[in-house]
Write a protein that binds this ligand. Structure first.
Ligand code: SF4
Ligand code: SF4
Length: 278
């Protein structure tokens, strides 16, 4: 079962939820798809880490063959090509590696070269297999790194797999939830939290995913995110209280369920609530 954990912005508790659910499930897989800012590994501190570089194909031009027709420039929807001072220039950073210009060039002046854009790491932490995607700074798209992480784990559907998604609702999030069986939306108890929750709520509905909400940082007072869920008839999987002990463990990059029975009980109930839904 593949469970994606999403939130409309960073700092909502997405990693807290994914890491602790994966640790509670024990023989599980944790995949950090937040490739621009992965931090799940800080909690798991995986051992026996293996690393693999991720590369994409970028066009390169043979200026001897290029006649300056600019057909490739007209084709590229990402403005990654320009013809300046009688030379075709490729802007690697914005190229999306579609290979279209290479196929289209009538003079066969374009070929492809490999460019490393990031890496994936795999290690273990107790019985949890920990996968981390890391995008190099300045790269336009983390999708190739996310694809590699998820393809690698496609054959292991027998285990509980927790996908820690990037924040927001951009294409990297869409890629991360594409094959998920269930989506957990993590929400904060503020009006801004409702705005962020609504973003991911719209997204999972658009993609026809099953979903439920975990309300994080809950206080005794009124919770606008809870009100939103009740109004929209959204399943509330559970509530995590605003709790300084949990906050301290989390900010010290400790996995709460490995430190305290109280949190193990809480996340076991959340895991049960999720598995009942799928
Ligand atoms: S399509 Fe080919 S020949 Fe025309 S400008 Fe591009 S690289 Fe040069
Ligand atoms: S490979 Fe695609 S995105 Fe990259 S320069 Fe060519 S047309 Fe543009």
């Amino acid at each position: 079962m593949r469970i994606a954990v999403l939130s409309g912005k960073g700092g909502t508790g997405k990693t807290l939820v994914s890491v602790n659910l994966a640790a509670t499930a024990k023989m599980s897989i944790y995949i950090d798809c937040d490739v621009e800012e992965p931090n799940g590994y800080l909690f798991f501190k995986p051992e026996d880490v293996q690393e693999e570089a991720i590369s994409v194909k970028i066009p390169k031009v043979d200026n001897e063959l290029c006649n300056g027709c600019r057909k490739c420039i007209g084709f590229c929807k990402f403005n990654a090509l320009a013809y300046i001072k009688d030379k075709l220039i490729v802007f690697d950073e914005v190229c999306h590696s579609c290979s279209g210009c290479v196929m289209l060039c009538p003079e066969k002046a374009l070929s492809e070269k490999e460019k490393i854009i990031g890496r994936v790491q795999k290690g273990t932490s107790d019985q949890v297999a920990v996968y981390t995607g890391i995008l190099n700074v300045g790269e336009a798209s983390g999708i190739p790194v996310i694809k590699k992480l998820l393809v690698e784990n496609k054959l292991k559907a027998d285990k509980h797999t927790f996908i820690d998604c990037p924040p927001g609702s951009a294409c990297t999030v869409i890629e991360s939830i594409k094959d998920a069986d269930y989506c957990i939306l993590v929400a904060e108890p503020t009006l801004f939290g409702v705005h962020n929750l609504n973003m991911v709520y719209e997204l999972v509905r658009l993609f026809g995913k099953q979903y439920g909400v975990i309300l994080n940082k809950c206080l005794e007072e009124e919770n606008p995110a809870e009100k939103f869920c009740l109004e929209k008839n959204i399943k509330i999987l559970g509530r995590i209280p605003f709790d300084t002990e949990l906050g301290t463990l989390n900010s010290n990059a400790e996995i709460a369920v490995r430190k305290s029975e109280k949190y193990l009980d809480m996340f076991s109930l959340l895991l049960e609530a999720v598995t009942r839904e799928v």
